[in-house]
Design a protein around this ligand. Structure first.
Ligand code: ZN
Length: 717
């Protein structure tokens, strides 16, 4: 299955494809310095080299087959030299199931008539590797590399990203290996770097060598401006291989079809480490955008969520720029574990689709595929798209690039007719996207149903009302006329990421996404947190569910003070220990930390009370005390003060609080018993006269809409 998750909706499909003319005016890397006169090679013009590389790319698949390579192996054209007599020498790099093959390179020699005359192999023949699942963890590999690094003192691997999987084909038998980069003091200074290759099964060191520390290049992108890039040394110069971010390689797809962006692909390589010229006149400029954007996305996930790449395995996904012709789209394809970026069309001034938020968007599709794997249709498809918009936006904020400051617009750098592709504060402003949940959500294009979750995210982060963010006007436009402040984008993103990775599945719909985020907010900030409350408000503001009760308790429902309301110990003859909770948890056994003096709710007396339930998702809790001596005379009673607040409506008891004595339920309260203030409850215990009993309050909530039960001043006497 070739499942692609694209950036744009139908916009690209309406385009007529242009002709596949190779623009000879485009500046490219100069011919490799090894192309010296006098070595038997032709002097090649830029156009000639382009044509030769193009041909080598087109021949790659057939060449692999003719050479007997396996179905898991790919050849990527790296360089072409042409002899004076027209014979060609094509250098290829090899991948195995997407992993770089160290020692997989080869040179195919062709006569002027195209016939293969011989092949020079680094490792002859097809590769057979037992599998690409390592036995060793990346951490173990990093540790082994640190121990073994010879050239550096105080060796350290800064993070997981320093170990990446490769196929090591230098020896006779190819093995899966980690290539770790270790840094420390050494011959090249304080930041000498050493590569250590470790067998991914046995941990044995396969090779180690010093790495040139000067690998930061400079780039000038179409969308991102002047930036620094992580590149690698290769061949006679540099390549756009980002060794610090999982060896992410940006390739020139060279107008390969969307169905196979690698078809004519070639590596970007040149003798200087300076890339692009800030405009599309250089094929490198869009590659600079992509290399930078994917590195920033990697760093965002790494530094924010400690996630090491799309699949959290330290491995970068290759990216292809210049895919297809006049393509006003970009997409992630999980089947090739790769990303494709079009060059844009006349509709957007031929601006490549390589803006920062687009790179973040596409790589985030990979993260979704590796986690919740939300089906790309119906409501789950909208959530999939929204996830990419949310994290694409977060990447833009994270990068803090003055050429493209953070905002909640998607693709605002792409010169679209109305100035953007989508906006999260007011999705419906584009004329197609949904701002509010409705039954249509499952039947519109996923790029339009994403609006609901985008809107939810914006409102959670920024709240309602007008704001200028990143120089652009934003206006949180709730569907229910509510107004509230947000919790900030970092907390909102943490909640979404946790919901995505922990509580969403392929079939999650909007209703279950709401539950997932409420659960994530409870995990991160507490069931009774303001954060979780705002999440519920933001969902309600996009017409999904009802807001939870305000845990701040600040809104005008003061508890009434019934006459004779006790404070402190309500009952001198109380058989319970600490029935008023003023000694905290003393005497009680609780399944959650329900006994609290939080000022977010009001106690009935004193400052402590028990706060049970209020999750808005399926949950249960108990609060109990045992060995209670019920008086042997008179009419013993259990009394307590109860305040029920709920987001439920109607009298059906969805969420309940049971009062159990010795396992028998003597009373049940529910959302139907909601009250503005505390109400005293009395339960007859005559049947237990003179007995030693256990008392338990047991709360239970269903999957939707919270009900909170507050208990205080409990007495038995
Ligand atoms: Zn998308």
């Amino acid at each position: 299955m070739n499942r692609k998750t694209a950036l744009a909706a139908a916009v690209a499909a309406a385009l007529t494809l242009g002709t596949a003319a190779m623009a000879t005016s485009q500046s490219v890397a100069q011919a490799s310095p090894t192309t010296k006169p006098g070595s038997g090679f032709q002097a090649m013009s830029t156009a000639g080299r382009l044509a030769a590389m193009d041909q080598a790319g087109k021949e790659a698949a057939a060449t692999a087959k003719a050479l007997g390579l396996g179905p898991d192996e790919r050849l990527l054209a790296k360089d072409v030299l042409v002899d004076n007599d027209g014979a060609r020498h094509v250098r290829y790099d090899r991948t195995y199931r997407g992993l770089p093959v160290v020692g997989g390179d080869l040179m195919v020699h062709r006569a002027a008539n195209g016939k293969v005359t011989s092949t020079t192999w680094a490792h002859e023949g097809a590769l057979k590797v037992a599998g690409v699942t390592p036995k060793l963890s990346t951490q173990d590999a990093s540790k082994a590399a640190e121990r073994s690094a010879k050239h550096v003192e105080e060796a350290r691997t800064s993070n997981l990203d320093s170990s990446q999987l490769v196929v090591w084909a230098v020896g006779k038998v190819p093995v899966l290996a980690y290539r770790s980069t270790v840094t420390g003091a050494g011959e090249a200074g304080a930041n000498t770097r050493e590569a250590v290759l470790v067998d991914a099964a046995s941990g044995a060191v396969l090779d180690q060598y010093e790495v040139n520390p000067e690998i930061s290049g400079t780039g000038n992108g179409v969308n991102v401006g002047q930036v620094s890039l992580e590149t690698s040394q290769g061949g006679s110069g540099y390549t756009l291989t980002d060794a610090l971010h999982g060896s992410t390689v940006v390739y020139d797809s060279y107008n390969s079809p969307q169905s196979n962006p690698a078809q004519n692909a070639r590596t970007f390589s040149k003798s200087t480490n300076s890339w692009g010229n800030g405009s599309t006149s250089s094929r490198e400029s869009a590659a600079v955008d992509a290399s930078y954007g994917l590195a920033k996305t990697w760093d965002f996930y790494k530094n924010t969520f400690n996630r090491s790449g799309i699949r959290n395995d330290g491995r970068g996904a290759p990216a292809y720029v210049h895919v297809d012709n006049q393509l006003l789209n970009a997409f992630y394809d999980d089947s090739c574990f790769c990303m494709s970026f079009g060059d844009g069309s006349s509709q957007n001034g031929n601006t490549p689709l390589t803006a920062l938020d687009v790179s973040g968007h596409e790589m985030s599709h990979g993260v979704t595929a590796a986690t919740a794997n939300l089906n790309y249709s119906g409501e789950s498809g909208g959530l999939n798209e929204a996830t990419s918009d949310i994290f694409g936006t977060m990447v833009e904020f994270y990068a803090n690039n003055s050429t493209d400051p953070g905002d909640y617009y998607i693709g605002e750098k792409l010169h679209m007719g109305n100035g953007y592709l989508r906006r999260m504060d007011n999705p419906a402003a584009d004329g197609n996207s949904l701002s509010c949940y409705s039954s249509r959500a499952g039947s519109v294009d996923v790029h339009y149903s994403s609006g609901i979750a985008n809107h939810f995210f914006y409102l959670t982060a920024e709240g309602t009302g007008a704001k200028t963010i990143g120089g652009l006007s934003h206006n949180g436009t709730p569907c229910n006329g509510d107004n509230f402040n947000g919790i900030g984008k970092d907390k909102a993103a943490a909640i979404w990421y946790r919901a995505l990775t922990t509580y969403m599945t392929s079939t999650t719909n909007y209703s279950s996404a709401r539950t997932a985020t409420l659960q994530a907010a409870a995990d991160l900030y507490g069931a009774n947190s303001q954060e979780r409350y705002i999440v519920s408000k933001a969902w309600a503001a996009v017409s999904l569910g009802t807001a939870l009760p305000d845990p701040g308790g600040s809104t005008g429902s003061p508890s009434p003070s019934p006459s004779g309301s006790p404070t402190g110990n309500p009952n001198p003859g109380n058989a319970l220990t600490n029935g008023d909770f003023e000694q905290g948890a003393t005497g009680w056994t609780q399944s959650a930390n329900d006994i609290t003096n939080s000022n977010q709710q009001t106690p009935h007396g004193g400052s402590w009370y028990a706060w049970m339930m209020g999750y808005g998702s399926a949950n249960s809790e108990t609060l109990a005390q045992s060995n209670i001596a019920v008086p042997a005379t008179g009419s013993p009673k259990l009394t307590f003060w109860l305040k029920v607040t709920t987001a439920e409506t109607g009298t059906t008891p969805y969420d309940t609080l049971k009062v159990n004595v010795n396992g028998a339920t003597l009373a049940t309260y529910s959302n139907a018993n909601a009250s503005a203030g505390y109400v005293q409850k009395t339960i007859d215990l005559s049947a237990y006269r003179g007995q030693t009993v256990n008392l338990q309050f047991a709360g239970q909530e269903d999957a939707y809409l919270a009900t909170t039960f507050l208990l205080d001043d409990v007495g038995i006497g």
